[in-house]
Design a protein around this ligand. Structure first.
Ligand code: TA6
Length: 288
């Protein structure tokens, strides 16, 4: 049976069917726990995360909307948009955890809730649906243009996955896919991925068209398959030593325990909707 979040100051829905744990905050429509029966947590959450309005939660599945980073032209604030910084309206909870172990939570965001957003002066509705099951977690963001003009936005489901040791994992399925290296030492030119992705330094890559990928974690003898729909990009990120130390809400030694695999539409794959059109971005993380 689902219940109101009790472990943190933010409101939301939580459930512990059997030995598993599901949880989502109203704040940012932010799924922060998916731990199936008999498994270690699949979503990573920093021990130093903040849990407050106006602050991003460090971990789980941040909903990045309506721009990624500082936007395509590098001129927008707050970083990664305003969607993850405030409470969304909880619209629907379908709790069948006592029968089939499933919990579906739907939340909404619209301009009446966010106040003036000079960098995004449009009418829209954004809906987030999180589906927690014993086999997979699915998060879907649907954005509708309710304005009378075209609306262009970026979005990402910025999923933090827990791993035994990021230096031991490998991400398979991106061989031959072009990516943009966003680390400081990179050239601005796309690079082609050769073989599985392994993490041996700060890694911040925006891959282009991509298939489902599989994260192999030998330390926990666990594999996760990450599949998506409506995502032109896949972002892979680990801050490594220096960037982890530079973030106040990220423990200096926590970088070894996580990798972000983010389904996204960013930069030249930003989405433009005509009046009345909508777009759905979804990601599913499946055990095995
Ligand atoms: O998705 C990768 C990234 O854009 C990195 O460049 C890093 O900034 C990360 O997101 C975390 O961003 P945040 O604003 O949550 O600290």
């Amino acid at each position: 049976m689902a219940y109101e979040v009790t472990e943190h100051p933010l409101t939301g829905v939580e459930a512990r069917p059997g030995q598993s744990h599901y949880a989502i905050f109203d704040h940012g429509a932010h799924a922060w726990a998916w731990q199936p029966d008999g498994q270690r947590p699949v979503l990573w959450l920093s021990a130093h995360s903040r849990f407050a309005s106006g602050q991003a939660v460090r971990g789980g599945v941040p909903v990045i909307f309506p721009w990624f980073g500082t936007g395509p032209a590098g001129d927008r604030q707050p970083a990664h948009g305003f969607g993850r910084l405030q409470a969304w309206n909880r619209r629907h909870v379908a709790d069948t955890t006592d029968t089939d172990g499933r919990l579906v939570v739907e939340l909404e965001l619209d301009p009446t809730m966010t106040g003036e957003q000079p960098d995004f002066p449009f009418s829209y509705s954004a809906g987030l649906q999180a589906t927690f099951t014993p086999q997979y977690l699915q998060v879907a963001l649907e954005v509708r243009n309710t304005d009378t003009t075209d609306v262009t936005f970026e979005a990402a489901l910025h999923t933090y996955l827990a791993v035994s040791d990021v230096r031991q994992v490998s991400l398979h399925g991106l061989d031959g896919v072009h990516y943009l290296d966003r680390t400081a030492t990179a050239t601005a030119l796309p690079v082609v991925q050769r073989g599985p992705v392994t993490i041996t330094a700060e890694t911040d890559r925006i891959y282009q068209e991509h298939p489902a990928v599989t994260l192999h974690d030998p330390g926990w003898t666990r594999s996760l398959t990450i599949s998506d729909e409506g995502a032109a990009n896949l972002v892979v990120w680990n801050p490594w030593v220096a960037k982890a130390a530079a973030m106040a809400d990220f423990g200096d030694d926590e970088w070894t325990g996580m990798i972000c695999v983010e389904s996204a539409n960013v930069l030249d794959h930003a989405i433009t909707l005509e009046p009345g059109e909508s777009h759905r971005l979804s990601q599913r993380v499946t055990l095995g």
